[in-house]
Design a protein around this ligand. Structure first.
Ligand code: GDD
Ligand code: MN
Length: 378
């Protein structure tokens, strides 16, 4: 079957007593060539009994989109042209906020997403889905050939990174359906980057995510906007979602890694300072200075990576607090080593290692737990 035909499945009419009214949100940037076919296929749904409203959110493309929509003068189509604050995710949010129906569908303009799947979206929402995804990766779904290896790998890697947040097979999809009430219940929406679907699933706390199989067509008109910046934004997005959904782990894991890096820094400082200033400084002083510098290193990294919420706080106070907290396990460590060593001269090196290992492990937990509450409190 030719792909263009495969897209054009027969259209289901609304079910008896089911939802009929749907707001379709389409973000656009330079899509004037794709819009006529999209509108025609949506109109076909209307002819089959669907009460559709189309909201196009265009980021000032100046490619004739305004003229095109104006010339059609369809009362079911609304065009919003934004001149500030560009970007796919915010465009989607703008459209969602403007929707007047309870059933919301978001899709691309370039016909990668078949409009004929909208009835299946509505059915899923009428059942008990909180969120619907048009999915390439469930049985029945497919992707048109012509995806380069690179794009495919990209998509797979991105999908795996989304695993901690949803079990959905295709969370990268931009073909989405949700209830108005779900959207309104969203908290702290932070639409960085491209993947507004993932953001909504997480922040709207969607439990039941249903995937409707779709055939994903390659765009016929215009160009994709997937760029390197989009990928960097995605990494940032994943990081923010992790911090939002799993704040403890997102703080402790970087803290532990920074802590481990501190061991290396400490050893290097001891070697360098010990070598350079062997004649002018006692070894004790070298140790104390190395410890202090290591604490500064940990502080700088932890403040950024583990205690991100406190980056605006007073630097000097935080540094003093951090050093005071970290000094406690250091002293305990010192004491354990000394106590072991005092018992048996022969065991000193071993005692040192054991003492340091126990002390460091406890120290990391202690430092994290205590500085989180007392130094970098939210
Ligand atoms: N308003 C607005 N502003 N719309 C935008 C912008 C923007 O800055 N950037 C892109 N769009 C619109 C496009 O005009 C199109 O309608 C839709 O967003 C998707 O853009 P494409 O450039 O076609 O995206 P893609 O083909 O790379 O990505 C597709 O595949 C992804 C999964 O791999 C889309 O379907 C994504 O939604 C999907 O996540
Ligand atoms: Mn596309």
């Amino acid at each position: 079957m030719a792909d263009a035909q495969k897209d054009r499945m027969t259209v289901d009419s609304p079910a008896e007593g089911g939802t009929r009214s749907v707001s379709v949100i389409v973000p656009t940037y330079e899509e004037v060539k794709s819009l006529p076919a999209l509108i025609e296929r949506l109109d076909e749904l209307r002819r089959c009994g669907w009460d559709l409203e189309l909201i196009i959110v265009d980021d000032d493309s100046r490619d004739g989109t305004v003229e095109l929509i104006g010339s059609l003068s369809h009362d079911w189509i609304r065009l919003i042209v934004r001149t500030e604050d560009r970007g796919l995710s915010t465009a989607v949010m703008t459209g969602l906020a403007e929707a007047t129906h309870e059933c919301l569908v978001v899709m691309d303009a370039d016909l990668s997403h078949p409009p004929e799947s909208i009835p299946a979206f509505v059915r899923a929402l009428d059942d008990d889905a909180d969120f619907v995804i048009g999915s390439r990766y469930v049985p029945g779904g497919s992707t048109e050939d012509g995806w380069g290896v690179l794009r495919w790998v990209n998509s797979k890697v991105a999908t795996v990174m989304a695993r901690p947040f949803t079990k959905a097979k295709d969370p990268m999809s931009g073909f989405l359906g949700l209830h108005g009430k779900t959207w309104r219940a969203a908290s702290d929406l932070d639409p960085v980057g491209y993947k507004i679907g993932l953001e909504l699933i997480v922040k709207c706390r969607c439990r039941k995510v249903t995937e409707v199989p779709i055939h994903f067509s390659t765009r016929r008109q215009g160009e994709s906007k997937l760029t390197l910046k989009v990928q960097r934004d995605y990494l940032l997005h994943i990081l923010r979602l992790a911090r939002w959904k799993y704040p403890e782990r997102s703080s402790f894991i970087p803290f532990a890694i920074v802590g481990a890096s501190g061991i290396g820094i400490y050893a290097a400082l001891l070697a360098i300072l010990g070598g350079l200033f062997a004649n002018v400084m006692s070894m004790d002083l070298v140790i104390v200075i190395s410890i202090l510098l290591t604490m500064c290193w940990n502080f700088a990294l932890d403040r950024k990576l583990a205690f991100w919420w406190a980056r605006e706080g007073q630097l000097g106070l935080q540094l003093l607090g951090f050093i005071a907290v970290c000094a406690i396990p250091v002293l305990v460590n010192f004491w354990i080593t000394r106590t072991f060593a005092a018992q048996d001269q022969m065991a000193t090196p071993l005692a040192g290692v054991i003492g340091a290992a126990i002390g460091s492990a406890l120290g990391i937990l202690f430092n994290w737990g205590v500085s989180r509450f007392f130094v970098f409190n939210r």
